[in-house]
Design a protein around this ligand. Structure first.
Ligand SMILES: C[S@@+](CC[C@H](N)C(=O)[O-])C[C@H]1O[C@@H](n2cnc3c(N)ncnc32)[C@H](O)[C@@H]1O
Length: 276
């Protein structure tokens, strides 16, 4: 296995931070080695050192983007950590349905290969068909163009399907395609995918009733987390809801948000808002 020296590690750490805001801690040299050695081989280069040498002398080479892709973790699954979806079904969507008379907007930030926004779309179609008729916008964004291309395809392996998708939903909303399963267009059409870097200026976003921003803040440093949360504040409607990952919190980052317990899940609302 190629090992990386500290100068090359610092170069990769700066490159990744510049493109994605992901903060690689000093003890992540092994991760960089295991993720980038295969990329070097795919690119026909003899070693990790050769890959980094090429990156250094060709600052606009497409391999810069591929390095960021290789370092990024895209781990996700259908109905991941189930409790937020229970809260949506049992409390939040019923409350929003009675409060709103026009369309609803849900933003799924850092959506990876699409399981999260498609889980929301299936939940809405199953339990709130009136919302589908009334118009619901599910906007799903991610930094990675490659992962968004996968998400737009809506094609999943048996292993991905086995992780969290109830059998009834598989039967209703997926078609078998060879060894894979493709999500039906009635669900795919409910989600708009867009590429967007959370750490850079965001595309024009409509005010959101609900923001799912799960398992992405963990990769950023404190200042970046604060900057992103302060921008979420401007996008979230005054009585909207923010979900973070189960190991993430707004505490010590942004006092404008207050945690709300809903069943076994915690979400966040802006302090002045009225909870359901
Ligand atoms: C671990 S996945 C989380 C997926 C999903 N939200 C979930 O909880 O299952 C993290 C995702 O964040 C994306 N990501 C990382 N840095 C980002 C950034 N600066 N802007 C937008 N997305 C980013 C990655 O591409 C990856 O798909």
């Amino acid at each position: 296995m190629d090992t990386i020296n500290s100068s090359d590690f610092n170069y990769i750490r700066d490159l990744v931070r510049r493109h994605s805001a992901i903060a690689l801690e000093a003890d992540k040299a092994y991760l960089v080695e295991t993720r980038l050695a295969p990329l070097a081989r795919q690119a026909g280069l003899a070693s990790l050192q050769e890959l980094i040498g090429l990156l250094r002398i060709q600052p606009t080479h497409p391999l810069h983007r591929q390095v960021v892709e290789a370092i990024t973790t895209h781990e996700t699954s259908f109905f991941r950590d189930i409790h937020p979806f229970d809260a949506l079904k049992n409390t939040i969507l019923p409350a929003l349905l009675t409060r709103r008379h026009s369309s609803l907007t849900i933003w799924c930030a850092a959506c990876s290969s699409g399981q999260e926004p498609f889980s929301i779309a299936m939940l809405v179609r199953e339990h709130f068909p009136a919302l589908v008729a009334r118009q619901i916008r599910i906007i799903a964004t991610d930094l990675s163009g490659a992962i968004l291309a996968r998400a737009r395809e809506g094609l999943y392996s048996q292993i991905e399907i086995n992780r969290g998708l109830p059998a009834a939903l598989l039967t209703r909303y997926f078609d078998k395609q060879g060894l894979h399963w493709r999500i039906k267009s009635e669900i795919r059409r409910m989600v708009e995918f867009q590429q967007s870097n959370l750490a850079e200026p965001w595309p024009l976003m409509p005010p959101a009733d609900l923001v799912f921003m799960r398992n992405v803040l963990i990769y950023f440093d404190v200042d970046t987390k604060k900057a992103i949360l302060s921008r979420v504040r401007n996008i979230l409607k005054p009585d909207g809801y923010l979900f973070l990952g189960s190991s993430e919190t707004t505490l010590n980052l942004d006092t404008a948000f207050q945690p709300i317990s809903l069943g076994k899940s915690t979400c966040y609302q802006l302090r002045q808002s009225k909870t359901p």
